[in-house]
Write a new protein. Structure first.
Length: 119
């Protein structure tokens, strides 16, 4: 079977497509397309990489269309949006910044111009 099998992931992709139709911001369609891929093709990003990007980018919101893993530390205040977080990763992110799901990001209406997608 191609694509996601988890119902939650399918719903998130549908919500992102709906946000694209409503706002015409192509980032939502891009993220929906990335989430529709099989799990083994989605991004898995460690905290050290997010920390490095947060240091370079400043106050941008970092988006991971996959899972955030807990190897490393987050020293900068950063907002991280992801499909899934490991337990340690979410704990470490919330100590300094914010860990948000895609549903929470859509509810808070985060500006797409401030988002950076991590592969």
């Amino acid at each position: 079977m191609k694509g996601p099998t988890k119902l939650e992931t399918i719903k998130v992709a549908a919500e992102l497509e709906k946000a694209y139709r409503k706002t015409k911001k192509s980032i939502w369609l891009d993220l929906a397309g990335r989430l529709k891929k099989p799990r083994r093709q989605r991004a898995e990003v460690n905290l050290w990489k997010i920390n490095k990007l947060a240091k370079i980018l400043g106050s941008k919101t970092i988006v991971v269309p996959g899972k955030v893993l807990g190897f490393g530390e987050l020293q900068n205040k950063a907002t991280v949006i992801a499909l899934e977080f490991s337990g340690k990763a979410e704990e470490k992110i919330n100590a300094n910044g914010k860990a948000l799901s895609f549903q929470e990001a859509l509810e808070k209406k985060i500006n797409p111009k401030e988002m950076v997608i991590v592969k």
